[in-house]
Design a protein around this ligand. Structure first.
Ligand code: NAD
Length: 486
């Protein structure tokens, strides 16, 4: 039987809490293995190991040594690519074609990129005059923040976890990772990689478990944790912020979204359909940056709806390894119930169901999987919960608009502010509208195009802070000013 163990101080352990839960495949409901659940003792052991490692060989490494070893982590992930791929696909049910192009390569790239950024970045320097004429020099010195708690979601498990572990370690911190209870595998496998490349014991630790009254809460409440970086739902982010208040610990929060796409009549329709198809249905709609609200200029509304309907109906569900599979299942029965509740609500509120709206017929061997139909609605008022709340499924509502100002106003009328896409061939309009969007990331004629050196994060209730490139220093280091009187 497969077991998912904690990785504490360089060793795999089942811990002594005596608690565990099952890892279930979303593809067919089959049993994958047992996940050991950390109690207070395991979390404390992991945090204590991480704290001790700060003053061990890790803390004494030069930046060159530290970043070299992190580059080797990336190489080792790539060497064991197929194992990481199999682990990620088993936990999430996502198509192999997606995970092999996105999740695993990006998981490795996160270590290389942040190693490069730390190796090549400098700090500020200000010479200043003094009354006695001798002057003084100021310079910034970046130091690791200490023990970082990394709390992760299930939608892009390796990618989003390494997006935080990469910069945290490159800056000289140590980490305790709490992967999602739905997706324990790749974080665990990464423990083996850390040992292989010689990352000192205690630098990278993993504890498994749930959120409240379990590993997540114990970790974020632990007094020796110096900073908490979290990706997940906005409500969980609020809870974690409260937990972080005790001891005044810093937080970096990447939270939910209700991202709009604005499609102008002067767009390249093929590009807009291709991009919107990906942004609505990729990863079965379980992407924080995904589009759930589409605003289309009235002149092309009917054509756009017809084209997107056809694209939705071509999203063929199936086993992850099947080359023809385009869409996987949702992550769990619980999440499917949440998404289906929105599907029912849309009908009850009188939406026009353009396509989908239920559970697809699947062959008998997949019938216990958490499959769901790609769904498009029109005809709801902007006040509807379908248009206000994050659903996190393969679905969108399409609304017509008449003027640029109206489209901007509707797109911005949300408590979230993560991402948006604008589709237009009019250069002036593209810049004008982009500047007015209340979001952390705005794409023009694209979606999910990511240069890892650029800032990533949400405004409003989509998050606090920016990570990516040098922006990650803001959270993962303490910046001291050294003032030297000459
Ligand atoms: P979630 O908030 O339910 O869980 C995320 C993690 O937090 C899990 O590991 C969970 O165990 C842990 N957790 C839950 N309660 C906790 C508590 N009280 N204390 C400590 N830890 C706790 O989110 P999810 O369902 O796993 O992921 C989907 C959500 O993540 C969506 O809202 C999506 O928009 C968001 N997301 C955001 C981004 C981004 O970059 N902004 C990226 C991916 C996903």
């Amino acid at each position: 039987m497969r077991e998912f163990k904690h990785f504490i101080d360089g060793e795999f352990t089942t811990g002594s809490s005596g608690r565990s839960f099952d890892n279930i495949s979303p593809v067919d409901g089959s049993f994958i293995g047992i996940i050991h659940e950390a109690g207070q003792a395991e979390v404390h052991a992991a945090v204590a190991a991480a704290q001790a490692a700060l003053s061990g060989p890790w803390g004494k490494m030069s930046i060159a040594e530290r970043t070299d070893i992190l580059s080797r982590v990336a190489d080792e992930i790539n060497r064991r690519f197929d194992e990481f791929l199999a682990a990620e696909v088993a936990d999430t049910g996502k198509p192999v074609s997606l995970a092999s192009h996105l999740d695993i390569p990006r998981g490795a790239a996160n270590f290389k990129m942040f190693a490069d950024v730390v190796r090549t970045s400098s700090t500020e320097f200000f010479p200043m005059p003094t009354p006695d004429g001798t002057g003084a020099l100021n310079y910034g010195l970046r130091k690791p923040k200490g023990v970082i708690a990394v709390i992760c979601p299930w939608n892009l498990p390796l990618l989003l976890m390494t997006w935080k572990v990469g910069p945290a370690l490159a800056c000289g911190n140590t980490v305790v990772v709490k992967p999602s209870e739905e997706t324990p595998a790749t974080a665990t496998l990464l423990g083996e990689v850390m040992n292989t490349v010689g990352i000192p014991k205690g630098v990278y630790n993993v504890v498994h478990g749930l959120g409240p009254d379990s590993a997540g809460e114990y970790l974020t409440r632990h007094p020796l944790v110096n900073g908490i970086t979290f990706t997940g739902e906005t409500g969980t982010g609020e809870t974690i912020m409260r937990q972080a208040a005790t001891g005044v610990r810093n937080v970096s929060l990447e939270l939910g979204g209700k991202n709009p796409a604005i499609v102008f009549a002067d767009c390249d329709l093929d590009k807009a359909i291709e991009g919107t198809t990906r942004s609505v249905f990729a990863n079965c709609g379980q992407v924080c940056l995904g589009t759930e609200r589409v605003y289309v200029e009235r002149g092309i509304f009917g054509t756009f709806v017809e084209h997107l309907k056809r694209a939705a109906e071509s999203q063929r569900p199936g086993r992850p390894a099947e080359p023809k599979t385009k869409i996987g299942p949702l992550i769990s029965l619980q999440h499917r119930e949440k998404v289906l509740a929105f599907y029912r609500l849309a009908k009850a509120e009188g939406a026009t169901v353009v396509t989908g709206g239920g559970i697809p017929d699947m062959p008998a061997d997949l019938a216990m999987g958490t499959w769901i139909e790609p769904t498009i609605w029109t005809g709801l008022p902007e006040s509807s919960a379908i248009i206000r709340d994050e659903i996190f499924g393969p679905c969108c509502h399409i609304q017509p608009f008449d003027t640029e100002a109206e489209a901007i106003a509707m797109a911005n009328a949300t408590r979230y502010g993560l991402a948006c896409s604008i589709w237009t061939e009019n250069l002036s309009r593209a810049h004008r509208v982009a500047a007015r969007m209340d979001v952390g990331l705005c794409w023009v004629n694209s979606w999910f195009l990511r240069d890892l050196r650029t800032p990533f994060g949400g405004s409003k209730q989509s998050g606090i802070g920016r990570e990516g490139g040098i922006h990650s220093f803001e959270f993962y280091t303490e910046l001291s000013n050294i003032c030297v009187k000459l």
